[in-house]
Design a protein around this ligand. Structure first.
Ligand code: UT7
Length: 337
């Protein structure tokens, strides 16, 4: 049995900064509400014509991760791409990355696990490397939320939260003490509709959506993301805590062993709740939702990259990743850096 490690990290966010005040000009919201409830000050949105898409942002993040890992793109054995906002209905973004990076005909897996997508994707990479089947896996989380949000007052409880961006990790066979110790994944589909975008889908196909949108009321719009915010919040704080403990217990660790917790950037209040619950100090938790909002599958690799770039993660550190989101799905990873 082999072990895997993260050997390179990269991120990319579009240049276009959208502040809370910018949003208040197009919908009934305000900086105070957004900061108080979520911690978010600004986020990045793709600007029409800036050349970005979910796959393209993923490629930009991947190029940085590849450069830092010193693994050539021709040595990558597998691409795993996590997103809830793919460029096409099908095929997924993974094959676009294979093409855009001019890689050999490597397989590409697309992961549809929303906010838990990156940790799910990391787990897939880890398992393929552990069995010895692959040596180098490119893992990407990328989102173009702004392309599909309801940017009117009707959609304000969701649209102020999400931002665009991408993060990537090169996961390679480890030959030293730096290893992914364990990954943990869960789902609970009975809550699928509490945080979802139902259409377009085979049940709500495009001509039908156009028809529905003409007469849509606040309750029956299915073609924009919907979130039962308070219900999701309550589940998030419970599941985050559970899956972090699961990871720690598997490795005979306690919360004191955490050098850096990278929570999915869903809401600063959730991260603060977890920090308090586990009695972690400010140096043990990394948050950047203030700058980027919730970038779903991209949020953990973006935060991980920034934490690493800022020197907050050092060799030998115990790093814990934890996510919760639509599905519901939740997941964690415990890494010896
Ligand atoms: O990443 C996946 C996981 N996601 C999460 O874990 C997110 C979990 N949920 C949350 O973060 C929070 O529930 C939200 C930030 C989404 C909402 O915060 P909340 O404190 O739960 O607010 P609420 O939805 O209960 O709304 C409170 C009030 C309502 O007005 P009334 O009914 O009290 O008059 C809303 O209409 O705030 C109003 N509101 C807004 N006001 C200004 C909702 N959105 C906005 C807005 N600006 N953008």
């Amino acid at each position: 049995m082999y072990s895997s490690k993260i050997s390179g990290l990269g991120m990319y966010v579009p240049e276009n900064v959208v502040t809370n005040d910018d949003l208040s000009k197009i919908m009934d919201t305000n900086d105070e509400w957004i900061q108080e409830r979520t911690g978010i000050k600004e986020r990045r949105h793709i600007k029409k014509g800036d050349g970005n898409s979910t796959a393209i942002m993923g490629v930009k993040a991947a190029k940085v991760a590849l450069e830092r890992s010193k693994v050539d793109k021709d040595q990558i054995d597998l691409i795993v791409f996590a997103t809830l906002s793919p460029d096409y209905y099908f095929p997924g973004c993974g094959v676009q990355v294979q093409d855009l990076l001019e890689m050999p005909t490597v397989p590409a897996i697309d992961v549809r696990n929303q906010c838990s997508g990156f940790v799910y994707a990391l787990s897939i990479a880890d398992q393929y490397i552990k069995t010895g089947m692959y040596k180098n896996v490119l893992v990407i989380g990328s989102e173009n939320h702004s392309g599909g949000l309801d940017m009117t007052t009707r959609g304000r409880s969701v649209s102020v939260i999400f931002g665009d961006g991408a993060g990537a990790a090169v996961v390679t066979r480890s030959e030293d003490d730096s290893v992914i110790l364990s990954t943990h994944m869960h789902s609970e589909g009975k809550h699928a509709k509490e945080l979802a975008m139902i259409g377009p889908s085979t049940e709500h196909w495009v001509p039908q959506i156009i028809e529905e949108s003409a007469t849509a009321t606040d309750d029956d719009i299915t073609y924009y993301p919907y979130m039962n915010g308070q219900f999701v919040f309550k589940n998030a704080v419970t599941r985050f805590a559970e899956v972090i403990m699961e990871g720690l217990q598997t490795n005979d660790m306690t919360p004191e062993d955490i050098d850096m917790l990278i929570p999915h950037q869903a809401n600063l209040r959730i991260a603060q709740f977890i920090q308090k619950k586990f009695k972690l100090n400010n140096d043990q938790v990394f948050n950047n939702i203030q700058k980027y909002g919730n970038t779903t599958a991209a949020s953990i690799p973006i935060a991980l990259t920034e934490a690493w770039e800022e020197g907050k993660i050092k060799e030998g550190d115990t790093v814990v990743l934890a996510a919760f989101g639509s599905g519901f799905t939740w997941a964690s990873a415990v890494i010896k850096w």
